[in-house]
Design a protein around this ligand. Structure first.
Ligand code: CO
Length: 174
């Protein structure tokens, strides 16, 4: 159990293309556990390894009230995209800034699980958005690169966006 430091915008690690994981060993398992601890400590719902200073293609995701538990994925690739939806996003590495990002509505993601076995996940809605945000992190892309109307939002504005169905709380912790 270890909480890691979050890398914030301006840290070069966030701009590097992260390395493929060649061997899923106990060190990768340890990193996954530490990333989950860090994500939980920050009330996050998604985290990519570069956000804790590690330039490797590893992500964790856990949506609120998800009984299936956390998703741990190594070398994730988005292999199918369908539809398009615009929604407000933030990022754990860029506090207090939001913007509208167009994402696919549904995605199919392939990668490896924590045991190194092939894993395939079909995602829609919030989960699809978080997958796309995290995979972007692995390619050195921040949401502010692909968003429009990037700026600070007040609590009231966020509540309004939520009412209008353009925002899900916790999308500032990805
Ligand atoms: Co982020």
């Amino acid at each position: 159990m270890a909480k890691m430091q979050i890398a914030y915008e301006g840290n070069k690690v966030l701009r590097k293309k992260a390395q493929e994981v060649k061997v899923v060993d106990h060190l990768v398992g340890q990193l996954l556990d530490d990333m989950l601890d860090t994500m939980h400590a920050n009330n996050g719902i998604g985290l990519a390894a570069p956000q804790v200073g590690i330039s490797k293609r590893i992500i964790v995701i856990e949506l609120p009230d998800d009984e299936d538990g956390p998703i741990k994925m190594i070398n994730p690739r988005i292999v199918e995209k369908e539809g398009s939806v615009v929604g407000l996003e933030g990022c754990l590495s860029i506090p207090n800034v939001y913007g509208d990002v167009e994402r696919a509505e549904k995605v199919v993601v392939k990668g490896l699980d924590e045991k190194g076995k092939p894993s395939r996940i079909e995602a829609s809605g919030l989960l699809a958005r978080v997958f796309q945000h995290e995979v972007d992190h692995l390619d050195g892309v921040l949401f502010t690169d692909v968003a429009t109307n990037v700026r600070a939002y007040s609590k009231e504005e966020l509540e309004q966006a939520e009412e209008e169905g353009r925002y899900e709380p916790a999308l500032d912790t990805v």
